[in-house]
Design a protein around this ligand. Sequence first.
Ligand code: DEZ
Ligand code: MG
Length: 288
Amino acid sequence: MAACAELNSECIEEFLSSFNTVLVDCDGVLWCGEDNIIEGSRDTLVKLRMLGKRVIYFSNNSTKSRSQYQQKLHRLGFEAELNEIICATSVCCQYIKDTLNIDENVYLVGSSGFIEELDRHGIKHFGSGEDPVEGNLTEWTNIEYRTDVKAVLVGFDAHFNYMKIMKAANYLRNPNCYFLTNGLDFEFPLFNNDRIVPAAGCFVLPIQAAAKRKPTILGKPNKLMFEAVKQIYPDVDATKCIIIGDRLDVDIEFGKRGGGDEGVVSKRRRLRGAVSEWERAVSKSWRP
Ligand SMILES: O=C(O)[C@H](O)[C@H](O)COP(=O)(O)O
Ligand SMILES: [Mg+2]
């Protein structure tokens, strides 16, 4: 056992010295839902900071702006400076403003997080309220068909309805209108799965089906999220980062290709390395 323990502490030492920045996902890693903190998450971040690691909250969540996220983090007892928070709502809006050079005529299917970030970035937008669905189908079929909409931005929307799908799909008939989203998660992670809470992907897919167009995902695993880190921390070295996440297809996939260069070495790659060693060992001893 001693040898094994030494090996473990050696491994742990080697692992801990291999990175200086931790990109930590939020939903499903720090908490589930609004108030269910995942046991040990706060203490782990405290210990990582004590080891001198830079901790960055790194979320695709589409319901909150950065400042709303900071309020939630503080409410749940996490240390969080605003410049330690990278969330998809602000990354999406910065991309729209600075890369697409759009500052008006954005149709939002989303909620207060996107509204606050669109306003903060000075982007004029419409939609995102409760579209009254009145009358019969003929009234619906003659909705105003605008050709000046420059982007349709879709995230979590508790007031989602038929009218929004119809409007978004018609705006997206214009090939110059961008179709953008924070991500395609279909549900928020929940403790003991006591109920399903649909997430952003559930609002994107109906519009995708009606418009016959696929959205550009601006959140993880898009490297835009890492560009946002570099803007705040120009010294950040992708190979000295790890990502902690609950979604292989989003967080760990980001780790494999985050930042666009060789990139963030995700825990999974390390895990994959370990598993293939293990498989080789097993297959040698196991061969009939
Ligand atoms: O659908 C959303 O709002 C997000 O994709 C979902 O909340 C995941 O957030 P994250 O795990 O990246 O914090
Ligand atoms: Mg998550």
